[in-house]
Design a binder for this molecule. Structure first.
Ligand SMILES: [Zn+2]
Length: 576
């Protein structure tokens, strides 16, 4: 509140804020569409004549991929609505409600008094692509996207489920978008709020409030950075606007708010101000403290490691045989399975894969503890403690707004379900050195990955003994709404198994692939994190310290759940 007589600056009559964002991780903002994998492979085949189109019976013949939102130019874009929601979420934590609503509008649009905000967040269109598609599976130069395949772990057999292969189109790192926010009659504190929300894209990606866009945010996706020097603010007050309008020969497009009008402002460069010159009218105090356990995890693989790259350019499957192409001698056959690599050629474990492994281990631990209390529990009973998230009949139902998370099983509460965000976030794991590839030949007695084997023999390219690094974050909530203590206990048991080498990653576990041990280190050196890491690496701690308190909290939670399950339940097994 300003005292009477103190002059508030006049609101800017017109204002445009422009900034360029660049992807630093894969991004998927879906448009609900699906396209055929065989058409995508057809595009690759036009550039590489050795690639064979999938025929009927090939898994790629039928399968589809979910597409990213594309604009009129066929290139991906960031829908303004999503951008606005993201910037609003940041603003809500840093500014008072009145200012946030003046800029972004009322959250509750049903309210009769609801008003629109004074800022208009345009769709952020494609600007440029620095990615060259190297190591990007199914790279499409025309769309500037690749495709990521992710598999799910079948909870019954604990193997990679053959029929559960998902393909998602991904905007790779290095793609730039131009953000344009227009506003009329906006006060300087509102402009400063938009500026600061955009500057949040320069912050620490490990910060819980760092904005992320699109799907898979808990698996390291959707990270963008604000490119230095691209933030521009054009601010025209009434006088400057009048002056400028008078200088325009044809008064075309003067109608308020028309895009051409704003575009002409942008083009004119008129009213450009130093973005730093605006005083932040909003609170400069830090948002309410939120605790996180942020752990660096290094996975040291003891032997072969392979996450399959299914791109037909990379492996022998889907390529014509030497005979067909007429190649003699000089033709070097590519391996049937090729590892997925980062754009700079390092071994890579995508965030979705590593999270799936940790989650499935958490489910197993919950069931084991439950069975140690009540050995006669049926599958149906166990589902209430840890469901089968990949099975539509056996997973927790989607949580509607305002419903309590206690309706979810324990693993969904920690790892997320439809309508309930996960508390565990993972980054992809990447090797510190470029991968040295080796090959191994197999006799195709059984199928290695579900992909077709060529004749009786097939071979796999793999990375030998890589060390992969990534970050696991557990959100512990705010002082007013802390996460339950058993979250820490469950994650501790999962990570202890990881440290001890009980978990495998990637393909071919039955053939000795993907075995590793892990070391942890606290990245954000909180007391909690230091204690957590010490305990998992075998240091002795007092009885009232972690992990004992967290582990007994987990056991109590499981016992509490078991009380709601009738003893000797003869509940019908099968889906419910
Ligand atoms: Zn569940």
């Amino acid at each position: 509140m300003s005292a009477p007589g103190v002059d508030k600056p006049e609101p800017a009559v017109r204002c445009v804020v422009i900034a360029d964002l660049c992807t630093v991780a894969g991004l998927h903002i879906g448009d609900g569409g699906r396209l055929l994998m065989r058409d995508r492979i057809g595009e690759l085949a036009k550039l590489d004549r050795e690639i064979e189109l999938p025929s009927q019976g090939d898994p790629n013949f039928e399968s589809e991929y979910s597409t990213v939102a594309t604009a009129h130019d066929g290139k991906p874009y960031l829908p303004g609505k999503g951008l606005k929601g993201n910037l609003r979420a940041w603003a809500r934590e840093h500014a008072d409600r009145e200012l946030v609503e003046a800029v972004f509008g009322n959250e509750d649009q049903v309210d009769a008094a609801a008003r629109a905000g004074s800022a208009c967040f345009c769709d952020a269109f494609f600007l440029a692509c620095e990615a060259n598609g190297r190591n990007t599976p199914f790279w499409s130069p025309s769309r500037c996207t690749g495709i990521e395949a992710s598999t799910a772990i079948d909870r019954r057999t604990r193997t990679v489920a053959a029929r559960m292969l998902y393909h998602e189109e991904i905007v790779p790192p290095g793609v730039r978008f131009r953000v344009v926010v227009r506003a009329e009659r906006m006060r300087d504190d509102g402009i400063a709020l938009i500026r600061d929300a955009l500057l949040a894209f320069t912050g620490d990606p490990l910060d819980q409030l760092h904005p992320r866009l699109g799907a898979g945010r808990s698996c390291g996706r959707g990270l963008l950075k604000l490119l230095p020097g691209t933030l521009r603010i054009q601010r025209l007050d009434a006088d400057a606007l009048r002056h400028w309008l008078n200088a325009i020969p044809t008064p075309h497009g003067v109608a308020g708010g028309s895009p051409t009008f704003f575009e002409s402002i942008i083009a004119s460069g008129k009213g450009l101000i130093d973005p730093k010159s605006l005083d932040a009218g909003h609170s400069r105090t830090a948002p309410p403290a939120r605790a996180s356990l942020v752990l660096g995890v290094s996975l040291a693989f003891s032997g072969q490691f392979l996450v399959n790259n299914t791109d037909p350019r990379q492996n022998h499957n889907g390529r014509r045989s030497p005979k067909q192409t007429g190649g003699v001698g000089a033709y070097e056959k590519k391996p049937d399975h090729t590892p997925l690599l980062s754009p700079d050629g390092h071994a890579l474990l995508p965030g979705k894969s590593d999270k799936g492994v940790l989650r499935s281990q958490a489910e197993r631990i919950i069931r084991t503890i439950a069975l140690s209390h009540r050995p006669n529990l049926t599958d149906d009973d166990l589902k209430q403690l840890a469901c089968w998230p990949t099975d539509p009949l056996w997973r927790c139902p989607a949580l509607r707004a305002c419903e309590s998370s206690s309706r979810l099983c324990l693993s969904c509460q920690l790892f997320g379900a439809a309508g309930w965000p996960t508390k565990v976030h993972l980054t992809p794991f990447v090797a510190d050195k470029p991968a040295k590839l080796a090959r191994q030949e197999f006799i195709a007695i059984d199928r290695f990955t579900g992909g077709g084997a060529d004749g009786l023999k097939f071979d796999a390219g793999y990375v030998y003994q890589p060390v992969l690094h990534g970050v696991v974050t557990l959100h512990l909530g705010s002082p007013s709404a802390p996460s339950p203590e058993w979250f820490v206990g469950l994650l501790a048991l999962v990570l202890r198994d990881l440290v001890e080498g009980d978990l495998t990653f990637g393909y071919g576990a039955a053939k000795g692939y993907g075995a590793c041990t892990a070391t942890l280190r606290p990245i954000v050196k909180s007391e909690r994190a230091i204690e957590f890491v010490a305990a998992l690496h075998g240091a002795a701690l007092g009885a009232d310290q972690f992990p004992n308190t967290s582990l007994s909290a987990l056991r109590n939670e499981i016992q509490l759940r078991l009380k709601s399950i009738p003893n000797g339940s003869a509940a019908a097994s099968g889906g419910s």
